[in-house]
Design a protein around this ligand. Structure first.
Ligand SMILES: [Fe+2]
Ligand SMILES: [Fe+2]
Length: 184
């Protein structure tokens, strides 16, 4: 009679790739968590993460600009919210940069190419409502970019996917808050 362990892999069609396990344990130990089977996706994921890093850094700059230049009757509360968002975008940038390094890549902080690589725009509006709108637009673009990245990365890199899902939840909250400010 077959035991459950003999039956299970064939019955479910779920078997591990033994060759990949062996390769992970026997070569390229200097690459840390980057195993040979994963390496084929690594460069693409690092590239996606570097574009997200640029986006976060541009968002930090935009929110800071808005925080310090907001003026008018209702500006103090909104300016404070801009700073909260700036700090959360900074935390996102730090998470992304750390993950890029963990994947054996180089985080690109170059100011020369920041805006070209960013999905979202910088903004120099002086009107409070225009600032809120520019930030809402940027957040919606970030939400869409993170959704697409999560779908693209999928199960190829569960750790990066989990990180992006957490960031996405923050961006959705930002977009929601800005929508409320715009309606107020
Ligand atoms: Fe962010
Ligand atoms: Fe955001």
């Amino acid at each position: 009679m077959n035991t459950i362990s003999q039956l299970a892999p064939h019955a479910s069609g779920m078997t591990l790739d033994e060759k990949a396990l062996k390769a992970a344990g026997s070569s390229h130990l200097d690459e840390g968590a980057v195993t040979p089977a994963f390496r084929q996706h690594r460069d693409d994921i690092v590239r996606l993460l570097n574009d997200a890093l640029a986006t976060e850094l541009v968002c930090v700059l935009r929110y800071k600009r808005h925080h310090f230049t907001a003026h008018g009757m209702s500006s103090p509360a909104i300016a404070a919210e801009f700073m909260v968002h700036a700090n959360e975008e900074t935390a996102h940038a730090d998470l992304i940069a750390r993950r890029i390094v963990q994947l054996g890549g180089e985080p690109d902080f170059s100011p020369d190419t920041l805006l070209a690589r960013s999905h979202a725009e910088y903004d120099t509006s002086s009107d409070l409502k225009a600032m809120v709108k520019a930030n809402l637009v940027a957040e919606r673009i970030a939400v869409e970019a993170y959704r697409q990245m999560i779908a693209l990365i999928g199960d190829k890199d569960p750790t990066t996917k989990r990180m992006l899902e957490a960031i996405l939840a923050d961006e959705e909250e930002h977009a929601d808050e800005l929508k409320d400010l715009l309606e107020a």
